[in-house]
Design a protein around this ligand. Structure first.
Ligand SMILES: Cc1ncc(COP(=O)(O)O)c(C=O)c1O
Length: 416
């Protein structure tokens, strides 16, 4: 036995029981049990038993129209995309078993990054294993201790987590408020490192950021700008490059973050940039270095999908039609919506409270329609929302059926 370390002869009795580390979840456990005790279907535990197409699945034994998948461009069943995945699986195997900086960069990862550079017409593209990791990695690596991040209060969790990981000073401003943003920037020391983080489309209400004004102000104060275009890629802008393209500021932003889990129709995340030193990120960005790379089949499907999205103008036009028709129809039925006009492929229906929101969600699923139930803290201003995300593969007829199901369910629950 080494000297100086006393070893008890008998096991010591523990004093007290210690704090239950799960006690912090008691409120949410009670809330969930309260909702389920009324015999409701669990809105957060839906199982898709069979997926028939981008817009239909068998859920809880019923054929269901999907209106909450973020599969905006309906690429998940595109024959070329599926074939590319199968071929890569056969040629390269099921996974890379390695980090991008070790054995995890295959030809397919480079081709996928080239497709992103071509899609955005940018110099650099870096693929991550998820969009969450792209935000986590880029934000935490760029803005560290002593730097400042100015961001919209309604930013996605992955943005907040990236801020926390990097330990920069975080300065939030009121959602989409241009003046509030400028006020925050004005107060930051002129010589400090500054990053402004914005989203093109905010996923809860489906509203668009005033990027033209915001990017101009960020530049006036010498800040770098990162825009998360997760919900606009493929759909918004002439070439589907997002709100940055639509607002004419794509050349003024420093980083665009995106995901493959929405319009691209698979899984993965990315950052594109024209910054001349961008490639160093591959060595210093921990959520890129210390995780395995995407499987070859995934990058092959992503590359094929991205290249097809470059020629997706007809699909984009149809998706806009769907969005306008659903917004108009829901409003005419008397539902309260998150935006006055349709601004994206997300239409949020505002529920009076969680109780009625859960009842309405259940009525919709019983009647054959799946939407997302969203509740605080994920939602702004404590709202309960039924978030609808449209797909370019929804037919005009299907949008009609969706409205009929909303009408029937709304009347059953007494919301309209
Ligand atoms: C705005 C935004 N950024 C990032 C992400 C993360 O994307 P991923 O699903 O690829 O992790 C999401 C996903 O919901 C999102 O809505």
């Amino acid at each position: 036995m080494s000297e100086g370390i006393s070893q008890p002869d008998q096991p010591q009795e523990l004093e007290g029981e210690g704090k239950d580390l799960f006690s912090k979840f008691d409120d949410i456990i009670a809330l969930r049990e309260g909702l389920l005790s009324q015999g409701r279907e669990d809105p957060f535990n839906l199982v898709m038993e069979k997926v028939l197409s981008p817009t239909r699945a068998i859920c809880n034994g019923r054929e269901t129209i999907l209106l909450g998948t973020y599969n905006y461009m309906g690429m998940t069943f595109d024959p070329d995309v599926v074939e590319a995945g199968k071929q890569a699986l056969a040629d390269f195997g099921s996974g890379t078993t390695g980090s991008r900086v070790l054995n995890g960069t295959y030809q397919g990862h480079k081709e996928c990054e080239q497709a992103l550079k071509d899609f955005y017409d940018m110099d650099h593209a870096m693929v991550f294993s998820t969009g969450y990791q792209a935000n986590l990695g880029i934000i935490s690596t760029i803005a560290g201790k002593g730097d400042y991040i100015v961001l919209d209060i309604d930013s996605h969790a992955s943005i907040w987590d990236g801020c926390a990981m990097g330990q920069a000073e975080v300065v939030p401003f009121k959602h989409n408020d241009i003046e509030a943003m400028e006020k925050r920037l004005k107060r930051i020391p002129a010589d400090a490192g500054k990053l402004v983080v914005l989203e093109g489309v905010y996923s809860m209400l489906g509203d668009v950021a005033p990027l033209k004004e915001m990017v101009a102000i960020a530049k006036k104060y010498g800040a770098m700008v990162l825009v998360d275009e997760a919900h606009s890629m493929g759909f918004i802008g002439e070439n589907g490059r997002g709100v940055v393209e639509d607002a004419g500021v794509i050349d003024d932003v420093d980083f665009i973050i995106g995901t493959f889990s929405k319009s691209v129709g698979t899984v993965g995340g990315f950052c594109v940039s024209n910054h001349p030193k961008f490639e160093i990120m591959r060595l210093v960005c921990r959520p890129y270095v210390f995780t395995a790379s995407l499987p070859p089949s995934v990058v092959a499907t992503a590359e094929t999908s991205i290249r097809k999205l470059m020629h997706g103008s007809n699909k984009r036009a149809h998706l806009w039609e769907n969005s306008k028709n659903l917004h108009k129809g829901l409003r005419e039925l008397g539902f309260k919506l998150g935006t006055e006009e349709p601004q994206s492929a997300i239409i949020a229906v505002v529920m009076p409270d969680l109780e009625q929101g859960a009842a309405m969600w259940e009525a919709l699923i019983r009647n054959g329609l799946y939407v997302n139930l969203a509740r605080p803290p994920a939602t702004p201003a404590n709202m309960t929302l039924l978030r609808c995300s449209l797909c370019a593969e929804h037919s005009e007829e299907e949008v009609g059926q969706i409205l009929e199901i909303f009408e029937k369910s709304g009347k059953e629950v007494g919301i309209i």
